[in-house]
Design a protein around this ligand. Structure first.
Ligand code: ZN
Ligand code: ZN
Length: 244
């Protein structure tokens, strides 16, 4: 499976970039994990919008869903231009009914996932874990039957992430703060905590995403590498991770 970083900022996008959005592909099937602000303008560099087969959302904070509305408009316009009626499934949890209902539009269909059940989407099987965050939010373990990616979504440190991430080929983790900062009250991780999860879960590789808008972000890498021996990458647009 192939993961491409589309957006990697927390909170809001800096000029010419996007907040959390990841393109996951395998054997012609492609889906978005989260769809943050700016995602729709960055995505055409990597795929056609109408080529998407599904969208899966971790939670309903703006930096993860801001472009769902314009994604719905793009499907409306493109279906009209091509005289088609393709429907895009958008998976989200149903714990916030008002937000969940908005996933359904003329050519998109909101589908509630049950976080206690496995979810099959195309060639992928997903398992969920509720995170520590101010609103209901789910980390995802995604497998194609051979390899395993764990996406922490937004969360403060929790021990449950370690068994959940155990042995993952890739840990795609939020990293909102530097190691000397405590993100617990905000519901976020710092660089040291990301590394500790990666180390204890014995993952192969880690990508740090959901970046802060302050400080020198390269320090996130240096700080993580003090505590985790494996490769650490800083998310950037177009960064590709591929399983072999
Ligand atoms: Zn966020
Ligand atoms: Zn959030």
């Amino acid at each position: 499976m192939k993961l491409t970083i589309i957006g990697y900022w927390g909170a809001y996008p800096e000029q010419g970039s996007a907040t959390s959005c990841f393109l996951l592909e395998k054997e012609g099937f492609s889906c978005l994990i989260d769809c943050g602000s700016g995602a729709l303008s960055r995505l055409p560099s990597f795929t056609q919008i109408m080529e998407l087969d599904a969208v899966i959302l971790s939670h309903y904070h703006h930096d993860h869903i801001a472009d769902i509305g314009v994604l719905q408009y793009s499907w409306l316009v493109q279906n009209s231009i091509h005289q088609t009626s393709q429907i895009l499934p958008i998976y989200g949890h149903a714990e916030d009914q008002e937000a969940f209902q908005k996933l359904t539009h003329q050519f998109t269909k909101g589908i509630a996932y049950d976080p206690n059940q496995k979810l099959r989407v195309g060639p992928f099987e997903l398992t969920f874990l509720k995170t520590n965050h101010p609103v209901p939010c789910y980390a995802m373990r995604i497998t194609d039957g051979q390899h395993k990616i764990v996406y922490t979504a937004d969360t403060s440190y929790m021990d449950g992430l370690i068994p959940f991430s155990k042995g993952a080929d890739l840990l795609l983790t939020e990293c909102s703060f530097y190691e000397d900062q405590d993100g617990t009250n905000a519901g976020h991780l710092n660089s040291k905590q990301c590394a500790e999860i990666a180390k204890r879960a014995e993952v192969n590789e880690m990508i740090l995403s959901h970046h802060p808008h302050f400080g020198d972000r390269r320090q996130l890498i240096h700080q993580s590498m003090k505590y985790f021996d494996g490769p650490v990458l800083l998310a950037e647009e177009g960064l590709v991770w591929q399983s072999y």
